[in-house]
Design a protein around this ligand. Structure first.
Ligand SMILES: [Zn+2]
Length: 339
């Protein structure tokens, strides 16, 4: 059953999952709507590259999510994070033989978009989404492109982000007669979608290429780690060079609030699981976690460095937004899963 939809999910997931400049660690998520009721979405704790025909995703009844978001009174004084999490967990409808997994914490906004949805933390998109001039750069980069896009100011992931994506897409539809092809999320990432896997991929790919070309960005370095006596160490020259040029010590990273994945995968680990010492970066963790931290660190370094090189102004998350991530139950769950 649903073999065409599963094929599409594998196609878009392996496309994005193969690229460390598109997703780092367990970041990003993909979905495909099988019909008017069932949607397959990446399971929390899996990477996009791990998704196969029968693994790494769960199926949900996305009408339950649409119903909830379309009727909820968001101005009421209730714990919407808890309530909406219950709705998404309650929407899981497993196919025969499928093992229970939590759907991605970002399942909400997928329900409102086209058949095939690719959400990444592409470093090229994040150069726009983490700089004051991002909207101006987008205007230039997409000037002669037949592509519609919107920017959403930073908002807490989960329930609030779902409603913001729905509202931005509704407003765009009212004005242009169709959904925007691209949705840029400030200090977070980008969403591309389409009626087929090929369409979603081509929208995402063109967006990244246009941004890279219009800013003349350096190639994204390949993240690598090596085994040490008591863990792992970074084996990526670019990262060491960044630390030196920016005098980036543990305090530098502790003070940084670039985007949620940085807080989830690096937060609270500087000086313990992550040690910066004599120009080297050490990871006192297992291999999987070391690789996730390396990719996340490299993504953060590249975005900051390219923003500086392009003469743009870095814009970080505010303290309240960072506190929300640090205390969010769903994110604690996600950061545990990489161990
Ligand atoms: Zn995300």
């Amino acid at each position: 059953m649903y073999s065409e939809g599963k094929e599409q999910l594998v196609t878009i997931s392996s496309y994005a999952g193969a690229r460390k400049d598109y997703v780092q660690g367990g970041g990003g998520n993909t979905s495909v709507k099988f019909d008017g009721r069932l949607m397959a979405i990446k399971a929390s704790g899996y990477t996009l590259a791990e998704i196969t025909h029968d693994k790494g995703y769960v199926t949900v009844n996305y009408q339950k999510i649409l119903d909830y978001c379309n009727t909820v009174d968001a101005s009421a004084d209730r714990d919407f994070e808890k309530e909406s999490l219950e709705v998404s967990l309650g929407s899981v409808e497993l196919l025969d033989g499928m093992e229970y997994k939590r759907p991605s914490v970002e399942v909400g906004f997928h329900a409102f978009l086209k058949k095939c949805v690719i959400h990444t933390h592409a470093v090229y998109a994040n150069i726009l989404c983490c700089s004051e001039e991002g909207r101006d750069i987008a205007k230039k980069a997409f000037k002669d492109a037949d592509v519609g896009y919107v920017f959403i100011p930073y908002i807490d992931p989960g329930f609030r982000l779902t409603l913001a994506v729905k509202e931005a897409a509704d407003a765009y539809r009212a004005e242009h007669g169709g959904a925007p092809d691209l949705i840029f999320l400030d200090n977070h990432g980008v969403i591309a979608h389409g009626d087929s896997a090929e369409e979603a991929i081509s929208v995402h790919e063109a967006a990244c290429n246009r941004i890279r070309d219009s800013l003349g960005l350096d190639a994204f370095p390949i993240p690598a780690i090596r085994k040490t006596a008591d863990g792992f160490a970074s084996d990526t020259p670019y990262l060491k060079d960044f630390m030196e040029r920016y005098c980036a010590d543990e305090a530098y990273f502790n003070a940084l609030k670039l985007y949620p994945d940085q807080l989830v995968y690096l937060g609270g680990k500087m000086g313990s699981a992550i040690r910066l010492q004599d120009g080297e970066v050490f990871y006192g963790t297992g291999e999987k976690e070391a690789q996730v931290i390396e990719e996340t660190l490299l993504g953060v370094a590249y975005v900051i460095d390219m923003i500086a090189k392009a003469g743009l102004t870095l814009r970080q998350m505010d303290d309240r937004g960072a506190d929300f991530i640090n205390n969010w139950e769903s994110e604690k769950y996600r950061s545990q899963l990489i161990k």
